[in-house]
Design a protein around this ligand. Sequence first.
Ligand code: SF4
Ligand code: SF4
Length: 172
Amino acid sequence: MQVETVNLTQKDRKAVLAQMIEKGGGNLTKCIQCGACASVCPVAITGLPLYCKRLFRFLQTGHLEEILDDASSWACVACNRCTEICPRGVDPFHVVFAFRRIQAQELAIPASATTSLMNFYTTGHAVYGDASELRQKVGLDPVPPSTLKYPEALKELQTLLDESPMAELGLF
Ligand code: SF4
Ligand code: SF4
């Protein structure tokens, strides 16, 4: 990721913060950059560039456009280790997801996330693979007792998704 030097005004910073508040990440303002969240975050440990603390610094200083395409945030596994350790009650996990909502709105979504969303709509499972043979081998019904087995439940899920902001992405 290459980041250019950009002169941002207080107005730019306020605009980014307003977007983050709207998407559920308003606690960003409480972050003091202590780094505790980064010390336990799997995204930081794997070496991805925009792990929680670093992502927050970009956002706090109004650098949104420059990082919009970075896929690091999509590696967040929602483990909430950051939430447990943060001394400021930032709830970093929610801040990361608020940023993801902005990325989704701008269609800055990695292919893996797009596939997950489409799978979720068509099968009810974000991660989907045909496991029928394996299931039969261990004596299970080839079709799991989920939306795959109950088409009416899948229809209900699709109705909910059609009414959700995700439908605006045009993926299903
Ligand atoms: S919830 Fe996400 S940001 Fe927080 S520690 Fe886990 S992977 Fe990192
Ligand atoms: S632990 Fe909390 S205050 Fe410290 S860098 Fe992470 S989010 Fe900011």
